[in-house]
Design a protein. Structure first.
Length: 330
């Protein structure tokens, strides 16, 4: 019995030893799991931070773009020129720039005389309106007559080259037409150097015409009526309102006095537009009255007919009652 007890004790000890090892091995696994939990928490915390960084990076260039867009727009306290003022400025510059040129061409083609005088007048007019006056005041004769001026996004006057390019588009287009009329035929008939020069002048004329159409199409498609050269120089045509205490004297003062012609023309145009509006209103009122008159007549005609219908019915009721009374008496 003693031997059997020892053998059973030895067996039980040997059976318990693997269990202890298994438990001992299970403890590192639990430690690994316990270590993995803080790592998972760190990863979960790191994810939102990784999302915030790209948003901040994206937001910075968006703010920069907004600042650029506002800095290039029309400055405050300025109002764009009205369509009537734009027409006055265009017509004045057209007459000043191209009037002497047409006179020169007429003297060359028809009169065959006084060509030198017309050429000098045309050259002086172009020099004054495209170079001298813009350098002195930043405006052209058309701007003085229409009380307008060109400014940049900073509120200052643009480079004088802006006035040179803007007001020479019509002259360049006319020059391009002349070049094509003179040299287009020589491109085919002539050979050698003459053909080369004819081709160059013809290509230059085509370029002038293309620039003219691009400028006009950009003006029609722009909210601020900015053409090609306005967009290049960042210029806007606005109303000219003199600052307090600003007084023009000398040559510029005389040019400022030309604005009275533009004011008179504007007043006449406004009076005409007011008359048109008044005529349209009176026409609408007369139409409304003419529509109401037939309705009133129809109502007036309908009232007697209703009365006429009502009277016979009353009489008919009276006769029917009389007949009933006569029958009862019988």
């Amino acid at each position: 019995m003693g031997l059997l007890d020892k053998a059973s004790d030895a067996g039980s000890k040997s059976a318990n030893k693997p269990v202890a090892k298994a438990v001992a091995k299970a403890v590192p696994v639990a430690k690994a799991v316990a270590k993995a939990i803080p790592v998972a928490k760190a990863v979960a915390k790191a994810k939102p931070s990784s999302v915030i960084i790209p948003d901040a990076v994206i937001a910075q260039p968006m703010k920069a773009l907004k600042v650029k867009a506002t800095s290039q727009g029309l400055p405050e306290n300025f109002e764009t020129a009205s369509p009537n003022a734009r027409r006055i400025a265009w017509f004045t510059n057209f007459v000043v720039n191209l009037g002497p040129v047409f006179a020169f061409l007429f003297s060359v083609a028809i009169l065959d005389a006084f060509t030198t005088i017309f050429a000098i007048v045309a050259l002086v007019a172009l020099t004054l309106n495209l170079i001298v006056v813009p350098i002195m005041s930043g405006r052209t004769l058309g701007n003085f007559v229409s009380r307008t001026k060109n400014i940049t996004s900073s509120g200052s006057k643009p480079n004088f080259l802006h006035a040179l390019f803007v007001n020479s588009t019509g002259i360049l287009a006319l020059t391009g037409v002349v070049f094509l009329m003179i040299f287009a035929g020589s491109m085919v008939s002539e050979k050698g150097s003459t053909q080369m020069w004819a081709s160059l002048w013809s290509i230059l004329g085509i370029i002038f015409l293309i620039l003219f159409f691009i400028n006009s199409s950009m003006k029609r498609g722009s909210e601020m009526n900015q053409g090609l050269y306005d967009s290049i120089f960042g210029a806007f045509l606005v109303k000219h309102i003199p600052a307090e205490g600003e007084v023009s004297t000398g040559f510029i003062g005389k040019l400022e006095g030309m604005a009275s012609y533009g004011d008179r023309f504007t007043q006449r145009q406004e009076a005409k537009s007011a008359k048109k509006v008044a005529k349209e209103l009176t026409a609408e009122e007369s139409d409304n009255e003419s529509d109401e008159i037939p309705v009133a007549k129809a109502v007036a005609k309908a009232k007697p007919s209703a009365k006429a219908k009502a009277k016979p019915s009353a009489k008919a009721k009276g006769t029917s009652n009389d007949k009933k009374d006569a029958g009862k008496t019988k």
